[in-house]
Design a protein around this ligand. Structure first.
Ligand SMILES: [Zn+2]
Length: 237
């Protein structure tokens, strides 16, 4: 089985890389390696530009996983030119957009630490992020959460990434915050994202290196989605 090499796992700050086109189909362009994060875990897929050796460019409107969850597909924008199999390309990510996703994604880890109940889902777009909590009674307050979140951001804490085996994770089920979240089948190592003193959980998303990089945020909404579900929405201030 082909597995796309995910350069963002080792370095989420890479903004370009070289790659070879392995396949081109209606579903998307497959490369041997990529810096583009494929939509998953609530985080939006990246947008990017592929530059061919003759200077032509291919606009990538989204990045998704193939059904096998092993191959990453770069979805071309409508009407854009397509590369040929075997061509070398330079992948240049829409960095400002990705960095906003990294900042908001990391912010959700902080928000999750402030509300210690099971998480039922989350969503991260470049402009706002939401997290759903299994919480029947809500005493949550937007102003209080905003103040607590910004204090955690200003604490200037470095984020630590470590790897553990699926067996080690199975021995520590308390680490998993999101109900029903499971790593892709066949995964040999699982990334543990730790914000020391605040949060520690398995996560495959992209994060900033330090909480201060998130910048000021504001909790804009606390919604009742169902009898047991509270949604908290956060935006950049
Ligand atoms: Zn994460």
């Amino acid at each position: 089985m082909t597995v796309t090499r995910k350069r963002f796992d080792d370095d989420p700050y890479l903004d370009h890389c070289s790659a070879t086109v392995l396949a081109v189909s209606d579903a998307g362009i497959e490369l041997d390696e990529t810096i583009c994060y494929a939509r998953s875990g609530g985080q939006a897929g990246d947008t990017a530009t592929l530059t061919l050796e003759d200077g032509r460019t291919v606009t990538i409107a989204d990045t998704v996983y193939a059904d096998d969850r092993a191959r990453i597909l770069h979805v071309p924008a409508e009407g854009t030119e397509l590369p040929r199999v075997g061509e070398r390309v330079t992948v240049t990510i829409d960095w400002e957009r990705r960095h906003r996703l990294m900042r908001l994604h990391t912010c959700l880890h902080l928000l999750g630490s402030l509300i210690p109940v099971p998480v039922t889902g989350c969503g991260i777009s470049p402009d706002s992020a939401r997290i759903d909590f299994d919480l029947p009674e809500s005493t949550l307050d937007k102003a209080v959460l905003t103040e607590q979140l910004n204090a955690l951001i200003r604490a200037n804490t470095a984020i630590r990434i470590t790897l553990i085996t699926p067996q080690e994770l199975a021995a520590q089920p308390e680490l998993v915050r999101t109900i029903g979240a499971a790593p892709p089948a066949g995964t040999s190592s699982i990334r543990i994202v730790e914000i020391p003193g605040v949060d520690r959980q398995p996560c495959g998303g992209t994060h900033v290196a330090n909480t201060s990089e998130i910048g000021a945020v504001v909790v804009t909404k606390i919604e009742k989605k169902s009898r047991t579900n509270r949604r908290v929405v956060v935006n950049f201030a």
